[in-house]
Ligand binder design. Structure first.
Ligand code: CMP
Length: 452
């Protein structure tokens, strides 16, 4: 193959990671606004006749210019297809022609403005043009793409997003139905005190919600036919809303819902087993604390991720503890990466014995938040109080001997523990860290000696 046959470097598609949240430029935002404006404006124009208001004509003209510009740009604007950035112009154009091109071009042609040009205005052609203008509204379907993109790419609560789009679609569909009702002369009877649009919207809402007061009734074949279709649509929409809104609201705070579900199950279990009330309260407090501190979520979430991402997330989540423990202050990146993946977050309730003197030690603990007391050999006298950033449980691991002291939680403690195997590996791989831990252990041992 000669070099001439190869695609130029700039034309070669590449794999991309999406770093921006929505990837929305000011241009995209302007287009979105114009799209919604046209979706609202054109049906009004069709039912009320040619635009009388100058500013509405300006909106329509500006939207046309924006849409035309968009067609021009999209011919060659790089796109991302399944994570691959397509920069090859021919490929982009082909894809565009196959997908949105027709809808975008129709939206860009100002049929409604052409219809008011002197000479055309008032003729039969003007009526055809006004109906053709309805094709401009089709561009609103692009909102479905935006909706899908946002759901995938933003950190906005998905339930909030779904509710917002849901409200948007209901509003826009109601507007179209109301315009349709006006077109069928439906707004001419009923409530003379209301403007025709108000009346039509009122009829739409009472019909869509299946309330149907009956104060505005369809007259004639076309109105009755239209009303039947809208009633059927209303019933379907109503069912959809009832089914979805409940789950949407429940999902607004998934973590909270899951926590409450778990608490309920635990409560039922404890009631069934007649667990004493004060113990029940303690268990409940524990779960509430777990939820408030978001400790319970961490390990489950991390398991699903591939290793490199898991490390990034773990580094981020555990940043607080890494900054707090003086031992880690000068540690290098690879040390922290090794450590952070194997931390197990645990919570201790006030008064809980975390480490018992004489037991075999299996792990070392780092305190993220809270305080513990270390008891002397009589298990009564407090020899030390440890708090945020301190660690304990290293002595038994270093000397392969039973625990030297009992350690008890003074309040709710967020702890990170490291299993013996991991701890040993970290010690052998990072001698500086090992030396520092040994030094602390020696000092503690000396302090615990009688007269130390
Ligand atoms: P280990 O013997 O494994 O379990 C009890 C832990 O208490 C011990 O490790 C130390 O981490 C900790 N400990 C013992 N003595 C002291 C002390 N004087 N000051 C602080 N911590 C201590």
């Amino acid at each position: 193959m000669t070099s001439g046959q190869r695609p130029a470097p700039a034309q070669r598609n590449e794999i991309v990671t999406r770093r921006d949240e929505l990837g929305l430029t000011n241009w995209d935002i302007a287009l979105l606004i114009a799209t919604v404006a046209i979706a609202v404006l054109i049906p009004i124009e069709v039912v009320f006749g040619p635009l009388k208001l100058g500013w509405l004509m300006v909106v329509s003209a500006v939207a046309s210019v924006l849409f035309a510009g968009d067609v021009w740009i999209r011919r060659t604007r790089p796109i991302t297809v399944r994570g691959v950035r397509v920069v090859n112009r021919a490929q982009i154009t082909r894809r565009y022609l196959r997908t949105w091109f027709t809808v975008d071009v129709l939206a860009a042609i100002p049929f409604d403005l052409i219809a008011v040009i002197p000479g055309i205005d008032g003729s039969a052609a003007a009526d055809v043009l006004r109906v053709l203008a309805l094709t401009r509204v089709l561009r609103v379907a692009r909102m479905l793409v935006v909706q899908r993109e946002w759901r995938i790419h933003t950190s906005i609560n998905p339930a909030v997003l779904r509710l917002s789009f849901f409200a948007f679609w209901i509003a826009i569909v109601s507007h179209w139905i109301a315009c349709g009702w006006i077109a069928l002369d439906g707004a001419e009877s009923g409530h003379p005190e209301l403007a025709p649009y108000q009346q039509a919207l009122y009829w739409t809402i009472t019909t869509l919600t299946t309330v149907g007061y009956g104060d505005i009734v369809p007259i004639g074949r076309s109105q009755v036919g239209y009303a039947m279709v809208i009633m059927a649509l209303g019933a379907a929409m109503y069912g959809y809303i009832i089914g979805n809104v409940a789950s949407l609201l429940a999902n607004l705070d998934v973590v909270r819902a899951r926590h409450l579900g778990r608490l309920e199950a635990v409560n039922n279990f404890m009631r069934d087993r007649r667990v004493p009330r004060d113990l029940q309260a303690k268990v409940r407090d524990y779960y509430n604390y777990l939820w408030e501190s978001r400790m319970s979520e961490q390990s489950e979430m991390l398991e699903e991720l591939p290793a490199p991402l898991r490390i990034e997330i773990a580094l981020h989540i555990n940043r607080a503890i890494l900054q707090k423990v003086p031992l880690f202050e000068r540690a290098n990146e690879s040390f922290l990466r090794e450590l952070v993946l194997h931390f197990t977050p645990t919570v201790s309730v006030p008064g809980e014995t975390i480490v018992r003197r004489g037991e075999i030690g299996h792990r070392i603990y780092f305190i993220n938040r809270g305080s513990v007391e270390v008891l002397g050999s009589d298990d009564r006298e407090v020899v030390a109080t440890l708090t945020d950033g301190d660690f304990f449980g290293e002595m038994a691991l270093l000397s392969a001997a039973p625990r030297n002291n009992t350690v008890r939680a003074l309040d709710y403690c967020d702890l990170y523990s490291l299993e013996r195997d991991r701890f040993d590996r970290v010690l052998s791989e990072f001698p500086d860290f090992a030396a520092q831990v040994r030094e602390v252990a020696e000092r503690r041992r000396a302090e615990n000696e009688p007269g130390g």
